[in-house]
Write a protein that binds this ligand. Structure first.
Ligand SMILES: Cc1cc2nc3c(=O)[nH]c(=O)nc-3n(C[C@H](O)[C@H](O)[C@H](O)COP(=O)(O)OP(=O)(O)OC[C@H]3O[C@@H](n4cnc5c(N)ncnc54)[C@H](O)[C@@H]3O)c2cc1C
Length: 424
């Protein structure tokens, strides 16, 4: 069979499927699953196309392509989000109703792919992970059954979907809780990279006292034609007076070269990040580590990793998991770790070639962070070869998650973010 070219976010993911089935209805999805099984083809699901490892496409397999299923409807304080809708689609539909949703930091990322694995974002402190806002889902299972699941219906499936990734079926729609505001205080405070050690050290103190209304995303990035900077991007969803007091504290972390934090529509910073991480053919390789604290040694490792970057396109990105996200009991969802932590992304990026040295940078940076890191990591970002982290990614939820997988997808038709092996 002739391969079908499909382009996804990561230009380094060049493997191609044998068949792509564009789906716009639940019936289309059922047919596609039936066809893959009848023809003995490996199956994968393509939503927003942002999985860096390219798992939405399996080489020589059949792709259930949801890119046309992007409708979002709002009913009261709930959004009904179709399986291929992006964060930007959701925010655009919610805004006219005076509401917002807990998304990630980038508008073009698929809302379902992200939510099924977690969903760290600007409202993590105020509203939890995206998956903490999942109220129910419609899913097509491997045997073709269409199931509506929530806390009352098929509760074990609903539990597994909140963290277990796309390993259970094709989610054709999700019901997501909305929150009653549309604007936030948000923006960037930039420091020269030379101040990184002090800024990150003081940031660790500040983060400890950050209220739920404040979630800070930070890291190391190069602005084109300029030396690298440490960025701290706050999102504040309370009163301006109190928020501006926190912005002043962020500015006092060092001597900023730029500070621009203002009241903006929630969609605005997502749009800016879309530009930073545009799907323009650039190549990527990502490692991730969870740090329970930004200790002096952990900060040192991060600074060394920042200094050692081999490409100006490579970035370090750190998400603060705190507040509401930490108050969900570990057994309430399949997500594997609920203690406060910093989720670090080591994002190697380069324009052309196989990027061996840049991949090596991310691997070496991950090694530097390992002694300071929690076991496991964020499943949405773990590559298939990171088996030591995969084994621990679901912590005490591992056995229950694997039991749900055996119950709902006994033939292993669906593979998405990696699940731990049975003996872990
Ligand atoms: C630029 C960028 C920014 C990111 N920012 C964040 C962030 O701020 N916070 C965060 O937590 N994560 C973030 N991520 C990680 C992101 O959450 C994951 O890569 C996620 O899997 C992307 O989902 P997708 O639908 O876009 O990707 P796809 O590649 O289309 O799908 C990813 C996986 O999800 C499965 N899947 C997708 N849709 C469905 C569905 N409807 N039913 C069943 N399975 C499905 C697929 O099988 C596939 O394995 C980011 C990634 C990138 C590349």
């Amino acid at each position: 069979m002739k391969p079908i070219p499909v382009t996804i976010w990561n230009g380094a993911a060049t493997h191609q499927p044998a068949r792509v089935i564009p789906c716009s209805t639940v019936e289309n999805v059922r047919d596609a699953i039936r066809r893959a099984r009848a023809d003995g083809l490996l199956l994968s699901v393509l939503g927003g196309g942002h999985d860096w490892a390219g798992r939405a496409i399996r080489p020589g397999g059949l792709v259930v392509d949801l890119r046309a299923m992007r409708d979002v409807q709002v009913e009261g304080d709930t959004a009904i989000v179709s399986g291929g809708a992006t964060a930007a689609d959701l925010i655009a539909a919610a805004a006219p109703t005076g509401q917002v949703a807990a998304t990630g930091t980038v508008g073009a990322v698929g809302m379902t792919g992200m939510t099924l694995g977690g969903g760290y974002g600007p409202l993590c402190g105020a509203a939890g992970l995206s998956l903490d806002n999942l109220l129910g889902a419609e899913i097509v299972l491997a045997d073709g059954r269409v199931v509506t699941t929530d806390a009352q219906h098929e509760p074990e499936l609903f539990w597994a979907l909140r963290g277990g990734g796309g390993n259970f079926g094709v989610v054709t729609s999700m019901r997501l809780r909305l929150h009653p505001f549309t604007t936030v205080l948000a923006g960037s405070v930039l420091f020269p990279f030379g101040q990184a050690r002090d800024v990150l050290g003081r940031y660790a103190e500040l983060a400890r006292t950050a209220p739920d209304a404040l979630t800070m995303h930070l890291g190391v990035v190069s602005i084109p034609d300029n030396p690298p900077v440490v960025f701290v991007n706050p999102t504040w969803c309370g009163d301006d007076d109190e928020g501006l007091h926190w912005v002043a504290r962020i500015e006092a972390l060092g001597a900023p070269i730029m500070s621009r934090v203002e009241r903006v529509p929630y969609a605005e910073p997502l749009r800016r990040n879309d530009q930073l991480f545009a799907a323009d053919g650039r190549r990527y390789f990502i490692r991730t580590r969870n740090l329970s604290a930004l200790t002096r040694d952990a900060v040192s490792a991060l600074v060394t990793a920042g200094e050692a970057r081999t490409s100006p396109l490579s970035t370090i990105s750190i998400h603060h998991f705190h507040g509401t996200a930490t108050r969900v009991a570990i057994s309430d969802t399949a997500f594997g770790y609920r203690g406060e932590h910093f989720m670090v992304e080591l994002i190697a990026s380069w324009p052309t070639g196989d990027g061996t040295e840049h991949r090596r940078w991310a691997d070496e940076a991950a090694e530097l962070l390992r002694p300071h890191a929690l076991p496991g990591g964020y499943p949405n970002l773990l590559g298939p070869e990171h088996s030591d982290q995969i084994a621990d990614a679901y912590g005490p939820n591992t056995g229950r998650l694997l039991a749900a997988k055996a119950a709902y997808d006994p033939d292993g038709v669906f593979t998405a973010t990696p699940l731990p092996p049975k003996h872990a």
